[in-house]
Design a protein around this ligand. Structure first.
Ligand SMILES: [Zn+2]
Length: 335
């Protein structure tokens, strides 16, 4: 890790050098809450966004736009959906302390422990903290698709990488692993929580398997890392054409409340710039590929127009990562 990298893990998405520090400061913290804030920690806040539905918004940034290593317990967003019988938590956090906090909140808010955890995708910042839901020998059912389950094993069996938080202590992925595997990734299973049914929608694009959770009676979608707000998407494992299709699907009903994977919770209708940004990346990456440029060369010429707002980078190489994902797809290296 170069010193410049570790000194500043987030840089502003705008290219103007003079504006980087100021833009970073102005956008270091996620925007105002969408719902009623019921708990605030240094690493996250929990918002009530419907009856029996709460969304986590992680806040890992210092005011200067850098990561705060003491504020990465959750690192990803997620939440709680309560029925009369089941209490579902969305995603596993980066560290067990994050999942333990969410489990404690669920107990406080519903009077019952978490019964099921749905893992949206394999990335360590969404699966590394699963052990935090465990209470001695007992714990909730951990639900994931077969692809997600396999990828957790494949990617984190040896040298563990943490796509959205590589500079922090590596999370211990095991021993808590998915216990209920969804093998048919083309159907949309439903879960009856008691008085409320949710839909588990298998999609892909951020990774080869991304689960969105739809709570129809509260008009809420937990989008996992398919949708980001104010932070430039991490394309490290992306299948970019599928990413766009999945996002179009998730944002189609503009009245929905979307719990993003990173950044603020927002109405689908207010997330249009995110989709525009994905389309702009596609346009520029295709042109770059057709001109025979490398992803690094293409990324160097890429800027986000001010009209799309500010998009911070978790990592200064993320434009290149995006162009590389498109190169892989255009070269026929991804299915
Ligand atoms: Zn991810």
């Amino acid at each position: 890790m170069s010193s410049s990298f570790s000194r500043r893990n987030f840089i502003a998405g705008t290219a103007a050098i003079a504006g980087v520090a100021a833009a970073g400061r102005a956008n270091a913290q996620v925007g105002p809450a969408h719902g009623k804030v019921v708990d605030t920690q240094v690493f996250a806040r929990l918002e009530e966004i419907g009856e029996g539905v709460w969304g986590v918004v992680s806040t890992p940034l210092n005011p200067d736009g850098s990561f705060n290593p003491a504020a990465v317990a959750t690192l990803c967003n997620g939440g709680i959906i309560a029925g009369e019988e089941k209490v579902v938590a969305i995603d596993g956090s980066f560290q067990p302390a994050g999942a333990a906090w969410l489990a404690e909140q669920a107990l406080k808010l519903t009077g019952r422990p978490v019964t099921d955890v749905i893992v949206t995708h394999f990335h360590a910042d969404h699966s590394g903290g699963l052990a935090g839901y465990q209470n001695g020998a007992t714990g909730p059912e951990i639900i994931a698709t077969e692809t997600t389950n396999n990828l957790i094993f494949e990617r984190y069996a040896g040298a563990r990488q943490t796509p959205e938080g590589a500079q922090f202590a590596r999370p211990v992925i095991r021993p808590v692993m998915p216990t209920r595997i969804i093998t048919d990734e083309t159907s949309i299973p439903t879960m009856d929580l008691g008085g409320r049914t949710i839909r588990l929608h298998p999609l892909k694009g951020h990774t080869p398997s991304d689960m969105a959770i739809v709570v129809d009676d509260a008009n809420v979608i937990f989008a996992g890392d398919l949708v980001w707000q104010g932070l430039f998407h991490n394309y490290v494992d992306a299948i970019p054409s599928h990413l766009t299709t999945s996002v179009e699907h998730l944002l189609a009903d503009t009245s929905r409340t979307i719990v993003t994977g990173h950044g603020a919770i927002a109405n689908a209708g207010d997330l249009g710039n995110y989709l525009e940004l994905l389309r702009l990346v596609e346009e520029k990456a295709r042109a770059s590929f057709e001109a025979g440029k490398t992803p690094a060369e293409g990324a160097k010429e890429f800027t986000v127009p001010a009209s799309l707002g500010n998009w911070l980078l978790f990592n200064p190489r993320y434009y290149e990562t995006a162009f590389e994902a498109w190169r892989r797809e255009l070269a026929g290296e991804t299915s």
